[in-house]
Write a protein that binds this ligand. Structure first.
Ligand code: TRP
Length: 455
């Protein structure tokens, strides 16, 4: 368990919070959350999502940071060091795969966001809702363009990782996150005052509790919660490994959770009022195109809409970039730590593999039939990736991490790390109970119910 002096450190607690929030805030909040709310039936999904965030994910967030800081290693090394001789390192291994797997589809959506900077700023995408929808269909139906954009995103991410991550992420996030929040607030104010917005707000805020009979609401809410917080695959653990022992973990974790959750909720206050102001809008059937088909309607009627639209997609692209950086960092740092590769070699190899796997997701939106509707499953390859990684790999990783912290590392030792140097830590007994009982049991129940419903 050697701590190499060259590992580096965040410049301050704020630096860590910004970097981790930069990882957490991304497409998951602005693209993923409204899409899942739409497919999950509205406010009932929101209620389950918030329960997952606070009862399951927030305790795991603190635990992951503590694990990383305790060992000062990337995920595989962390688990291997604290449980030598066992198989627990496989949890870290699953995280390494998940980082690459998630990046493979994430880069496709991020590529669309990049293209929409241009489309909205130049006024290429305006008109009736039908025209805007057709524009999106034709654009994503061109597989080569989607693939090229995804490769551009992966290439940019790789370039940033080669050029020294930490100061870069801190600086970019510090400047742009506040701007993103301000723009979202302004757009939300506009959205809720649109004619017809009331129906959208009702859909978003008054839960239809009969939806809770559907296990997929729980599965997708749990998966979305892990995805949005960058949890369950060692990403936050890795960032925690650069976190100073002088700073408190609990307060930082709560900041990250609060920031990430408010930005997701804010996105809902834009999408649903705007969506329901469009005649014939059906949130359940929009799929991954929801934000790309709804938001241009808002910009079309807004004074200065091209400017707002371009700025929105630009900030979204930057938010996506701080997330792709954290996704690529996990497999890269693993190759450096475990295989002894140079950083350049690791970045090149991992980015190359991810690029290959991004192609089916890029071609699966109309360009190539087998990827558009995977035989035997009836869903597109991109949706398949979302389900496999978000709704399965991340919760499994999170569940095993909670079991590891509760039973192998032990809550006592974890609490020692969490409260190191007299750090503020509220309700340690509650945290211990959540991490050792509620997290594993709730995740296991949801996973088992999901598997049972598939049979
Ligand atoms: N949380 C990011 C988002 O919401 C995506 C992301 C970055 C992520 N790193 C991750 C998801 C690690 C899961 C695990 O857009």
């Amino acid at each position: 368990m050697s701590t190499t002096p060259s590992r580096g450190m965040w410049s301050s607690r704020t630096g860590f919070i910004l970097a981790a929030a930069g990882s957490a805030v991304g497409l998951g909040n602005i693209w993923g959350f409204p899409t899942q709310v739409g497919q999950g039936g509205g406010a009932a999904f929101v209620v389950v999502y918030l329960a997952c965030i606070f009862l399951i994910c927030a305790p795991i967030m603190a635990g992951e940071i503590a694990l990383g800081r305790r060992t000062r290693l990337s995920p595989v090394g962390s688990f291997a060091t604290l449980a030598p001789g066992g198989r627990w390192w496989l949890v870290g291994g699953l995280g390494v795969l998940a980082g690459a797997g998630i990046l493979s589809f994430y880069s496709v959506i991020a590529g669309w966001a990049v293209a929409y900077v241009w489309f909205t700023a130049t006024g290429a995408v305006t008109g009736t809702p039908d025209e805007i929808g057709r524009f999106f269909g034709e654009f994503t139906g061109n597989g080569l363009v989607s693939a090229a954009l995804a490769l551009f995103v992966i290439g940019t991410t790789a370039a940033v990782l080669l050029g020294g991550v930490r100061t870069g992420i801190e600086r970019v996030t510090k400047a742009l996150m506040p701007l993103l929040v301000l723009l979202l607030i302004a757009l939300a104010v506009r959205a809720v005052t649109l004619p017809g917005a009331g129906a959208g707000l009702a859909y978003y805020l008054s839960p239809d509790l009969s939806r809770l009979a559907d296990v997929t609401v729980f599965t997708s809410a749990l998966g979305q919660a892990f995805f949005s917080l960058s949890l369950g695959m060692g990403c936050i653990l890795t960032y925690g490994s650069y976190f100073s022992r002088r700073d408190g973990i609990a307060a930082s974790a709560l900041w990250i959770v609060a920031l990430d959750t408010s930005i997701a909720l804010l996105a809902g206050f834009i999408i649903f009022p705007v969506g329901f102001s469009i005649a014939g809008f059906d949130p359940t059937s929009s799929g991954p195109g929801l934000i790309f088909t709804v938001l241009p309607r808002l910009f079309a009627d807004l004074p200065g809409g091209q400017l707002f639209g371009g700025a929105f997609f630009l900030l979204l692209s930057v938010a996506a970039l701080t997330s792709t950086i954290s996704l690529l960092e996990v497999p890269v740092s693993h190759c450096v730590d475990a295989l002894g590769w140079s950083r350049a070699k690791a970045v090149g190899a991992v980015a190359g593999v991810v690029s290959v796997f991004a192609i089916p997701s890029a071609l699966g939106n109309g360009a190539v039939a087998v990827f558009t509707s995977v035989p035997g499953l009836g869903i597109g390859f991109l949706d398949l990736m979302v389900n496999a990684w978000n709704e399965f790999a991340l919760p499994v990783g999170g569940c095993l991490t909670a079991i590891f912290i509760g039973r192998i590392w032990g809550v006592e030792r974890a609490l020692e790390e969490l409260r190191a140097e007299g750090a503020w830590f509220p309700a340690p007994a509650l945290w211990a109970f959540l991490i050792s009982w509620i997290c594993p049991a709730a995740i296991a129940c949801i996973l088992i119910a999901t598997l049972a419903s598939m049979l």
